[in-house]
Design a protein around this ligand. Structure first.
Ligand code: HEC
Length: 111
């Protein structure tokens, strides 16, 4: 019976981590990664630079069910421009899925 309880506990943990975006957001990890990858060169927290401000992105997609996948795809593959302005978002093809998740979850938590 003990192993069954462990299984239930594991499922409960998984559900906790799959819960609302805010619960899994790691702001410190986001900032370190975004700084290292140069995101802040084009995206201010509250100020557009070459790209939109991160808060504007969060506000635009925050409540959109497909946002996680969409933004992950843009970071990995880049964009052609035209969503926010004429400039394009460069592709970060070598960024791992975990890092992309850290970036996207934080951006989507901004309101
Ligand atoms: C060279 C400048 C530049 C850098 C560096 C950059 N971006 Fe962007 N980003 C842009 C531009 C410009 C857009 C708007 C593209 C458009 O309108 O299609 C954009 C758009 C986005 C969007 C919104 C996409 C959408 O469809 O609305 C996200 C999310 C994003 N960037 C995240 C990041 C992250 C995370 C990093 C760092 C890993 C980063 N960007 C680095 C220029 C940049």
């Amino acid at each position: 019976m003990k192993s069954q309880w462990n299984g239930i506990a594991a499922v409960a943990m998984a559900l906790m981590f799959a819960g609302p975006v805010d619960a899994a957001v790691d702001a410190a990890a986001f900032k370190a990664l975004a700084k290292k990858k140069g995101c802040f060169n084009c995206h201010g927290m509250d100020r557009p630079i070459l790209g939109p401000s991160l808060r504007d992105i969060g506000r635009k997609y925050g409540s959109d069910a497909g946002a996680q996948a969409r933004l992950a795809g843009i970071i990995k593959n880049g964009s052609k421009g035209g969503v926010w302005g004429k400039d394009a978002m460069p592709a970060y093809a070598r960024l791992g899925d975990e890092d992309i998740k850290t970036l996207v979850q934080f951006i989507l938590s901004l309101k």
